[in-house]
Design a protein around this ligand. Structure first.
Ligand code: DGL
Length: 271
């Protein structure tokens, strides 16, 4: 048994899709979440910058004596995975868990990957999928604008602008006949209803937050570091810019008001 918290981070609020799934699958675990909302987006930056930011985010989370570090950020998972490997703690990003789920889900062996520019340029999903099955065709789409639309809370299923952006971005994936799409940026599961509507019901969407949470559960068990089964898990949220928008989206996504457990931190002072 290990009652230390799990540290989860993202460039912004996308990682809440992982928290949402962790709360369901790991109700006994305490979570410390850091959303680097003052520096979002990460996905349009160089790998070096993403590595620097990720190392600082991890340093902040480690100050809470976390037992595991979860990069709930596709960009960090793919473009800065080397930083994750240096934590000295059990860790995961979204790449392996979601590639595994997509390979299991596809029937026609055509998988679409949506991600940020940094994620798609890294080729990390292609490599991971091909390592499972080299016959699979991967069609990728870099969708940077969707991150800003989610950060702006334009997430309603009928939002015309977001629907139009999704349609334009995923056209090549649909035209290629993909039967499975990896939402390869943790902001995108928040847009799953829109993406499903545009892609059609015959396409399986891989929710990276859910797959990552499943992987965390396996890792806790494999390392024998689950929390006490009697413990009721709690969450604390930290952001590096104003808390309002973060709390608004969290209300929709987590179905609760987190304003009492959400604080601003000046990341430059803490690191
Ligand atoms: N949630 C991040 C990801 O999964 C958002 C990317 C960004 O900050 O551009 O990649």
């Amino acid at each position: 048994m290990d009652n230390r918290p799990i540290g989860v981070f993202d460039s912004g609020l996308g990682g809440l899709s992982t928290v949402r799934a962790m709360k369901k699958l790991l109700p006994n675990e305490d979570i410390i979440y850091f959303g680097d909302t003052g520096r979002v987006p990460y996905g349009t930056r160089s790998n070096e910058t993403v590595e620097t930011y990720a190392a600082q985010d991890i340093k902040f989370l480690k100050s809470f004596s976390c037992k595991m570090i979860v990069a709930a950020c596709g960009t960090v998972s793919t473009a800065a995975s080397n930083v994750l490997e240096m934590t000295g703690l059990p860790t995961t990003g979204i790449t392996k868990p979601s590639a595994r789920a997509a390979v299991n889900a596809t029937k026609n062996k055509i998988i679409g990957v949506m991600g940020t520019s940094a994620t798609i340029n890294s080729g990390a999903f292609d490599d991971e999928i091909k390592a499972y099955d080299s016959d699979i065709k991967v069609v990728s789409a870099s969708c940077p604008l969707l991150v800003s639309l989610v950060e702006s809370n334009w997430i309603d299923i009928d939002d015309e602008v977001t629907n139009a952006a999704v349609k334009r971005y995923i056209e090549p994936i649909i035209n290629a006949g993909a039967d499975t799409i990896i939402l390869g940026c943790t902001h995108f599961p928040i847009l799953a209803p829109i993406i499903q509507k545009v892609a059609g019901n015959g396409v399986t969407l891989i929710d990276t937050g859910l797959e990552e949470a499943r992987y965390v559960k396996e890792a806790l068990s494999a390392n024998g570091i689950e929390n006490d089964a009697e413990h009721k898990g709690a969450q604390r949220f930290f952001v590096s810019d104003k808390t309002q928008n973060f709390c608004d989206v969290a209300r929709v996504l987590l179905g609760e008001d987190i304003s009492d457990s959400c604080e601003f931190i000046d990341i430059f002072k803490v690191i």
